[in-house]
Write a protein that binds this ligand. Structure first.
Ligand code: C2E
Ligand code: MG
Ligand code: MG
Ligand code: MG
Length: 275
């Protein structure tokens, strides 16, 4: 993937992103979240890319921050929501009846007073049950969005959506976010997982986060799981789900179709029941 496009000229970037939306240049990849009890794919995280006409496939970090400065976050967020809900409906109709999808929410979406209504309207339009959609929110997004968050998050909960606190442990106010907002799950950031097998300090942190999440009645997901030994550590320590290159990278629709059709699961020795 390529580096960031020119960011200095915001009007030009706005125009380019408007064109990207009009000409269908955005892409969604989906990365599986795998359950450590059943070994099955239970959810997919939607991750946006920009198939730039000159610069190739751009990663999220290469254009989302600039898109925010260009005032394009809401439009991109809506595109992601529409595509993800449409895809989810198609997979569910195709037989993946329990599959869920997770989308990432940026701070400025929270500041938009019409955001909650837009999400609910989209679920309705795509005939997707609210319980099938998870919103992933980082601590940083909550901090940046400020006080309006309580009502917005309570509104989503009341409508039956799931909320995950993303990149747990990397922002300011992880614990106060957990105390204040009604999350269903936390995602341990890849930073804590990278050295979890060899670094006793990281191992202690990961175990403590898992225990804390469970004590609060939440599911715990680990992201950035790249190796079998990391997966083994997480299943032994009762983590609920894993996501990372070890099981699968973010996939395009053909790759995803193949994976879902194959019914691939984690091997039995990597499940929580295994002794
Ligand atoms: P995130 O929500 O924490 O997503 C996980 C990131 O980790 C993804 O990067 C994914 O490709 C990467 N990843 C997955 N497995 C592994 C692994 O085993 N090892 C390593 N090193 N990395 C792994 P990506 O797709 O580049 O996205 C980066 C961030 O951009 C996301 O972090 C999320 O905060 C944001 N983002 C992506 N798509 C969207 C979107 O549609 N809307 C918004 N608002 N933000 C998005
Ligand atoms: Mg995420
Ligand atoms: Mg994350
Ligand atoms: Mg992350």
């Amino acid at each position: 993937m390529q580096a960031a496009p020119q960011t200095k000229d915001l009007p030009a970037l706005t125009a380019a992103l408007e064109q990207a939306l009009a000409q269908d240049q955005l892409r969604l990849l989906y990365q599986p979240l795998v359950d450590l009890q059943s070994g099955a794919v239970v959810s997919l995280e939607a991750l946006v890319r920009w198939q730039h006409p000159d610069q190739g496939l751009l990663a999220a970090h290469a254009f989302l921050p600039q898109a925010d400065s260009a005032g394009m976050t809401a439009a991109i967020g809506l595109w992601v929501l529409r595509r993800a809900c449409g895809d989810l409906q198609a997979w569910r109709r195709g037989g993946q009846i329990d599959l869920r999808v997770a989308i990432n929410i940026s701070p400025s979406q929270f500041r938009d007073p019409g955001f909650c209504a837009a999400v609910v309207a989209m679920l309705d339009e795509c005939a997707v049950a609210p319980g099938a959609l998870t919103l992933e929110i980082t601590e940083t997004a909550l901090t940046e969005a400020g006080d309006g968050c309580d009502d917005v998050l309570a509104g989503f909960k009341a409508r039956g959506l799931s909320l995950t606190l993303d990149d747990f442990g990397t922002g300011h106010g992880s614990l106060s976010s957990l105390k204040r907002y009604p999350f269903d799950a936390i995602k341990i950031d890849a930073d804590y997982i990278r050295n979890v097998v060899h670094d006793s300090h990281d191992a202690a942190m990961a175990k403590s986060i898992i225990a804390m999440g469970h004590n609060l009645g939440m599911k715990v997901v680990a992201e950035g799981v790249e190796t079998e030994s990391q997966c083994d550590f997480l299943r032994r320590n009762m983590c609920d789900q894993i996501q990372g290159y070890f099981f699968a990278p973010p996939l395009d629709s053909a790759e995803l179709h193949q994976l879902l059709a194959s019914g691939r699961t984690l091997p039995a020795h990597l499940l929580r029941m295994h002794r």
